[in-house]
Structure formats: structure tokens, C-alpha cells
Ligand binder design. Structure first.
Ligand code: THU
Length: 162
């Protein structure tokens, strides 16, 4: 028997104002995208913005449905749209945020498990890390340099082979 420890590193900024310019720009785009979320059921409007290798910024927001599982998170809306439209471009970074009229979101919004799996596979596919910038409606911002930090021991395509 042996134990092992996996280490993940996060940077925490007190507020978005402290972010490097490029990250702040991306976060502002994510915030704009959250305004247009279709979230009549949860009323939790999430926005995501990706920066691609060609410099383009692609946005997404959560799209809900009365048949709840049919909806999709903001991160995957943006990631799948980017992959469908610019299949050969890498994703350099993603900013995620959310807003709601129901309560104060002061903790950073961190991607759900399914979005982590998709982010992690995007990294594997492109063979470079994706910087992830996470914020609530206000307050602290977390940044990590790789989706691996959000999903250690991810399920990988090579597990399907002998
Ligand atoms: N949601 C996202 O879009 N991204 C996340 O990272 C967390 C959750 C959405 C799904 C659903 O529409 C709403 O937020 C409440 O869970």
C-alpha cells in the first residue's frame, strides 16, 4: 500500500480589477455573455468566454430547457461552438462568471464535473494547457493554469484501448 498526493495550484485575486489585462478583458466578455443566458428555471445566468489561438474571443452562456437535462452549461456551449467553428484553433484560456437576481454570488463560479471533463479533453486534444479564470458576480477570482487542476485522474481516451 502507498499513498500519493496530487497538487493543484490556484492563484486568487481579491477582485477582477487585479487581473492581468487579457484576463480582465476575457472576464468582461464572459460577464456580457451572462446577460443573454437562457436560464428561466434556475435564474442563474452563467457566461463563459474563450480566447482562441487566433486571438478570437468566443462566448457562450447557459441554455436551459423545461426538460432539465436537455440544457447545457455556458462553458460547453462556448467550447463546442469554438470546436465546431474553429476546429484547428487551440483554446488558450476561458473565463467563467455568473449572475442572479436571487442572491449574492461572491464566491468564484467553478465549472461542473461535465464541463471539467470537456475542458480536460480539449487540453489533451490540443496538447497545451487551458488557463481557467473563475469569478462570481463580484469578489474573489481564482485562476488555474490547467483543466487538469480541476479534474485530477481524468478519464482519458487511452483508457478505452488495451
Ligand atoms: N451552469 C453553468 O452554465 N456552468 C457552470 O459551471 C455551473 C452551472 C448552469 C447550468 C444551469 O443552467 C444553471 O447553471 C444552474 O445549475
Amino acid at each position: 500500500m502507498k499513498e500519493f498526493t496530487l497538487t493543484c495550484t490556484f492563484t486568487s485575486y481579491k477582485s477582477a480589477d487585479e487581473l492581468p489585462d487579457a484576463d480582465l478583458e476575457l472576464m468582461n466578455e464572459a460577464t456580457k455573455a451572462s446577460n443573454d443566458a437562457y436560464a428561466p428555471y434556475s435564474k442563474f445566468r452563467v457566461g463563459a468566454a474563450l480566447r482562441l489561438g487566433n486571438g478570437k474571443i468566443i462566448c457562450g452562456n447557459n441554455q436551459e430547457n423545461v426538460a432539465y437535462p436537455s440544457g447545457l452549461c455556458a462553458e460547453r456551449v462556448a467550447l463546442f461552438y469554438a470546436s465546431a467553428t474553429y476546429p484547428n484553433e487551440i483554446v488558450e484560456s476561458i473565463a467563467v462568471t455568473a449572475q442572479t437576481d436571487e442572491f449574492k454570488i461572491s464566491d468564484p463560479v467553478t465549472p461542473c464535473g461535465s464541463c471539467r471533463q470537456v475542458l480536460a479533453e480539449s487540453e489533451k486534444k490540443q496538447n497545451t494547457n487551458i488557463r481557467i479564470i473563475m469569478k462570481g458576480a463580484e469578489g474573489e477570482v481564482y485562476v488555474t493554469e490547467s483543466a487538469q487542476c480541476l479534474l485530477p485522474l481524468m478519464f482519458r481516451a487511452d483508457k478505452l484501448k488495451k
